[in-house]
Write a protein that binds this ligand. Structure first.
Ligand code: CJB
Length: 789
């Protein structure tokens, strides 16, 4: 976008005056933020409109996701418009600090973790690639909770991003629809957010639905007696979009959650079909030619029977014809093999919430049951395993696979495990449906925006084509022996570490040595991600430094950031444990600056932007086979952190791209785990035989550590020692510790370390969400670049 300083100044002043009755020189940072946001919105309005016009003529992909973890928009939008530097400069001339303005924006935190952030990266890539793709979700009033620490325990407080309204959302009352549940109906009111592509005029859309009572439509119809009842109804309706479920990789199985899912899915499909009809009339057989719908995990899978309902009940299409359309329209992404995350709904509840949808689901179930009986007449077990309704449970993943033309996993290893194990029956039946789409991240947010120093240095070396084509980074390999380049990327890392140190000093009052190794694990707290393995190693290291004060050791800072699902007791116990150990180590005068442990409060997108660029070590230590892909691992890599990881999820591909010698790979592989399970794993073996391990595990219960009486440390101890150590924490401890020592030795050789950094950066190209999205576009959605003029 052309930047015209005078025009911006004029607009900004106009906005401030109209909206807040204030002049530019007296405006507060909040007022400037709002006015600036609105000014951006006014400048993109025309392009946004034109993009919608163009897209309506062509095939579009719709990404249905219960989560979009967007983070802040202002900085990203300015960058994508190519006017970030100009705006910063222009504000500076007016005596305004841009950073202060940016800090006025709350994160749009409508997601839990990886799955939601992936959806957000996909939006950025779709717009940047001029692809006709739109997101649909819920406009949760409260996003993921804010996390505070009290006595080292997590406490949750509501997040309120809409408290002072949102400048990036535009209400579209003309597109409101009614969603019918069993006993009641609610209004779905859409709000659109622009998704501004980088270096293009295209502006895509993320449409979020807000729930309202139909009572609001016409309060007049209610007489005096009904008034209280009417207001109650209003609350019930509005509850639907009130709060994001804060569980990650687990199924809540709650009535409200099913209501949320049906609410946004039904509204979105009504919207999609309404727009289709405007252009194509009643030629429903053309739907697959113009519409592709991606189901992001099982959460929106109820879309399959809902599209059947719209076609059969509302539009009068024959069931058989409707089913053909449905199958060609949907595709489904699986994000986890954890059984607890594959949603199943109890028939009784489903029937109560969406009775008509239940009938249709039953119809689909019966149809498939007959197919199965014909396919496997001699294998009743298999027939039973694959049924959509089993006993009184509805299996949403099975419904998804049956009703989709493509099913994908999110990393090579994950897809292989799905095909060979979790979804083996299905893969045998539908081999052509299955494919892999390794996840990716947008380099615009995760390098250009969060690490401008590294970004501009890369541009200085190889030009700026990497911003739109990350495979360009490969050209950096020519500098692998260039001492000047190596020392510069080292210096940039130190600079980013200093910025993080400053942030943590301001927000948490902690002092960190920027010359220490920053070893970072940031992600949701989950047993399978093994934050426990990490903190055990730290505690062991602490004992060694105490016994051996002259040990040759580069100072190290262990940094953690993680939210735990509020009802996940063990995860919350692990947060306490990390903080407990942090307090002991950080308060030990004999240790001083050599070892430090920091738990970053309220880890979220905006904080992540400060953490990834500052990391030396990327901890990706899940039990092999459990992490579907991971995407944090890619953000670290792109910023020159070295992976310390298991061969799990996309770590496998990271090691392959950068060379295993440039990462620290440890621990059991998937096949080792299978073998050990068969043989019988006894955690008492490593416990008794690995030096120091017993000391660490027993600290949980011998009084050296304290859970303040909650009993959770004993529980964790028992999970490890009496209940089989499901995630092989003890088994992998020794190898993990060995790699930690190796890292500490290798870090001293600055040049060879910087080479590893450069190798990682140069080979991060594959992990752009642009690559991922192009694969979806070509191999699943069949959508084409549609650039506006
Ligand atoms: N994932 O964030 C979630 N939530 C779930 O409920 C299930 C999976 C994560 O999705 C990411 C995006 O595909 C993956 O990278 C990550 O491994 C997976 O845990």
């Amino acid at each position: 976008m052309e930047f015209n300083k005078e025009k911006w100044k004029e607009k900004l002043e106009e906005r401030l005056l109209e909206k807040f009755s204030v002049s530019l020189k007296d405006a507060s940072p909040f007022e400037v933020y709002k006015a600036l946001g609105e000014t951006v919105m006014s400048f993109i309005a025309k392009d946004w409109y034109e993009t919608k016009q163009e897209y309506s003529k062509t095939k579009q992909a719709f990404y249905l996701s219960s989560e979009f973890l967007m983070g802040r928009a202002l900085g990203n939008n300015l960058i994508n418009l190519g006017i970030d530097k100009e705006i910063q400069e222009f504000l500076k001339e007016l005596g305004i600090d841009y950073n202060q303005i940016e800090d006025e924006e709350e994160d749009a935190a409508l997601g839990n973790g990886g799955l939601g952030r992936l959806a957000a990266c996909f939006m950025d890539s779709l717009a940047t690639l001029n692809l006709p793709g739109q997101g649909y979700s819920i406009r949760y009033r409260n996003g993921i909770f804010n996390q505070y620490l009290r006595d080292g325990y997590q406490v949750e407080k509501p997040e309120t991003w809409l408290k002072y309204e949102d400048v990036w959302s535009v209400m579209r009352p003309e597109d409101e629809v009614v969603v019918n549940f069993g006993y009641t109906s609610v209004r779905a009111l859409p709000y659109d957010m622009p998704i501004i592509g980088y270096g293009t005029k295209n502006v895509n859309t993320l449409r979020l639905w807000e729930a309202h009572s139909i009572v609001d439509l016409d309060l007049g119809v209610f007489n005096q007696q009904d008034y209280l009842h009417a207001t109650q109804d209003k609350t019930l309706a509005e509850d639907i979009s009130r709060v994001l479920y804060p569980n990650d990789s687990t199924d809540e199985g709650k009535k409200l959650r099913l209501r949320q899912q049906y609410f946004f899915v039904s509204a979105s499909l009504q919207d999609i079909i309404k727009k289709f009809k405007k252009v194509h009339g009643r030629e429903f057989s053309k739907i697959p030619e113009f519409i592709s719908i991606q189901l992001n995990d099982t959460h929106p899978v109820i879309a399959i029977p809902e599209l059947m309902r719209i076609l059969v009940d509302v539009e009068g299409v024959l069931w058989e014809d409707a089913w053909e359309i449905v199958k060609k329209t949907f595709s489904y992404t699986n994000h986890t093999i954890l059984a607890e995350a594959l949603e199943k709904w109890w028939v009784g509840l489903y029937q109560e919430v969406v009775p008509r949808i239940f009938q249709i689901t039953e119809g689909i179930h019966n149809q498939f049951k007959n197919e199965l009986a014909n396919l496997y007449p001699n294998d009743v077990n298999k027939q039973n395993r694959m049924q959509i309704i089993q006993g009184n449970m509805i299996h949403m993943a099975w419904l998804a696979i049956y009703g989709s033309h493509k099913v994908n996993g999110v990393a090579e290893l994950h897809t292989e495990i799905l095909k060979e194990h979790e979804l083996r029956d299905w893969y045998e039946l539908y081999p052509d449906k299955f494919l892999n789409k390794t996840n990716g991240i947008t380099q615009r947010r995760w390098l250009l925006k969060s690490n401008p120093q590294l970004a501009s240095y890369i541009t200085e070396l190889i030009g700026d084509a990497w911003i739109k084509d990350l495979s360009e980074l490969k050209k950096l390999e020519q500098f692998i022996d260039d001492k000047k380049v190596l020392s510069k990327i080292w210096d940039i890392k130190i600079e980013k570490k200093k910025e993080l140190v400053e942030y943590l000093r301001e927000t948490q009052g902690i002092d960190i040595n920027p010359n220490s190794i920053f070893d970072v694990q940031v992600k949701r707290l989950h047993e399978y991600k093994r934050q426990l393995l990490n903190i055990f190693q730290v505690y062991d290291l602490y004992q060694q430094l105490k016994q051996n004060p002259n040990m040759d050791f580069v100072p190290t800072t262990y940094i953690y950031g993680a939210k735990a699902a509020p009802g996940y007791k063990v995860a919350k116990g692990i947060i306490r444990l990390i903080n407990d150990i942090a307090q002991i180590i950080n308060g030990d005068d004999e240790i001083k600056d050599r070892l430090k442990v920091v738990f970053v409060e309220n880890y979220r997108v905006t904080v992540a932007e400060k953490i990834f660029p500052a990391a030396d070590i990327s901890e990706q230590i899940s039990t092999a086979g459990k992490e579907a892909s991971g995407t944090g691992n890619m953000k670290f890599m792109l910023n020159g952190a070295i992976t310390l990881g298991t061969l799990d999820g996309a770590n496998v591909e990271i090691a392959k791209e950068a060379g295993e010698e440039n990462e620290y790979i440890f621990g059991m592989r998937v096949k080792d785990i299978e073998e050990l399970r068969k043989k019988g794993y006894d955690p008492r073996f490593p416990y008794n035989n690995v030096t120091g391990l017993k000391q660490v595990v027993d600290a949980l219960i011998d009084g050296r550590l304290s859970d303040l009486g909650s009993g959770i440390y004993r529980e964790i101890h028992s999970l490890l020692m009496e209940r089989g150590d499901q995630y092989f924490v003890l088994e992998d401890f020794e190898d993990y510790r060995r790699k930690q020592r190796e890292i500490n030795r290798d870090y001293k050789d600055k040049i060879s370390w910087a080479k590893k950094m450069l190798k990682n950066i140069a080979n991060a190209g594959k992990f752009s969400s642009d690559r991922t999205i192009l694969e979806y576009a070509n191999e699943i959605w069949n959508i084409k670049e549609t650039k506006i003029k």
